[in-house]
Ligand binder design. Structure first.
Ligand SMILES: Nc1ncnc2c1ncn2[C@@H]1O[C@H](COP(=O)(O)OP(=O)(O)OP(=O)(O)O)[C@@H](O)[C@H]1O
Length: 251
């Protein structure tokens, strides 16, 4: 097995609305950026890979094990850190309680869970707010608490849905350092921020109308529009040129 997460013939939808169908994917260790316009299907894909929503058709394999039942999904979730766009929390929980609860959900052995909770809270720079109630945090702090909850227990697969929304510029740089410091982990982060992808991702996948329309390095994406075009940086120009050649709804 040389990939952390794989999908074959993956299809997903809501009611009659098909979001994607027949997706093929194999992702190994590294940081992967998932770019795409609103409604492309990024969140739906991350939720499906996180085993939160069972696929409508097709198969998923995580760390070499096919996910064929709720039991398989539960076992896989011990190795998956997932930060949804709008993650839920009990407002009166402290930051420590919130992250500690995630450690419990990920079945971190109780004798290590305190130390592990403290480790990730420090990693995201929230040690000074450990006892603060979740409802008292700013948007950026809340997001950092969410990132801590996704990282607790050192999961092998980390799925982050727009993790830098609400972070100020300094916090975004810290987030990048944090992601760069992770070793032997597969991180898939969905974002609209091309510069975050350029800074930290080994590979980029561009999704449009439920299809993968590009997969390659940030450098290759940046080289796709040699004559410029819409966008301020080569990577934005490459990204926009891909979207222009795959207009929404042409799947
Ligand atoms: N609960 C739902 N019921 C019906 N349709 C949904 C539901 N959730 C998402 N969709 C639809 O699925 C499609 C894909 O949505 P998704 O949230 O996965 O896209 P996205 O790429 O993450 O978008 P964004 O960048 O805006 O977060 C959209 O057309 C959306 O309207």
């Amino acid at each position: 097995m040389d990939f952390t997460v794989g999908a074959s013939g993956l299809s997903q939808g809501h009611g009659r609305n098909e979001i994607f169908s027949g997706l093929q994917l194999q992702i190994g260790v590294g940081v992967f950026g998932l770019l795409g316009p609103n409604g492309a299907g990024k969140t739906t894909l991350l939720r499906t890979l996180a085993t939160v929503t069972p696929p409508r058709a097709g198969s998923i394999e995580i760390l070499g094990k096919p996910i064929e039942s709720e039991k398989d999904a539960r076992a896989a979730r011990r190795h998956i850190g997932f930060l949804p766009q709008d993650f839920g929390y009990y407002p009166s929980f402290s930051v420590y309680d919130f992250v500690h609860y995630s450690a419990w959900l990920r079945e971190v052995p109780s004798k290590h869970s305190r130390e592990e909770t403290l480790r990730v809270i420090r990693q995201v720079g929230l040690e000074g707010r450990m006892k603060s109630r979740m409802k008292s945090l700013s948007g950026g702090m809340l997001r950092r608490a969410g990132i801590a909850s996704a990282l607790v227990g050192s999961p092998r697969l980390v799925l982050l849905d727009e993790p830098t929304v609400g972070l100020d510029p300094a916090q975004r740089l810290e987030f990048r350092d944090l992601i760069r410091s992770l070793e032997n982990v597969t991180v898939i982060l969905s974002t609209h921020l091309v510069e975050d992808v350029a800074a930290i991702c080994n590979e980029v996948i561009v999704m449009s109308s439920g299809s993968f329309v590009f997969r390659g390095t940030p450098g290759r994406l940046s080289s796709l529009a040699p004559n410029g075009g819409i966008g301020d940086t080569p990577m934005e120009q490459g990204y926009m040129s891909i979207l222009e050649s795959h207009p929404a709804g042409t799947r």
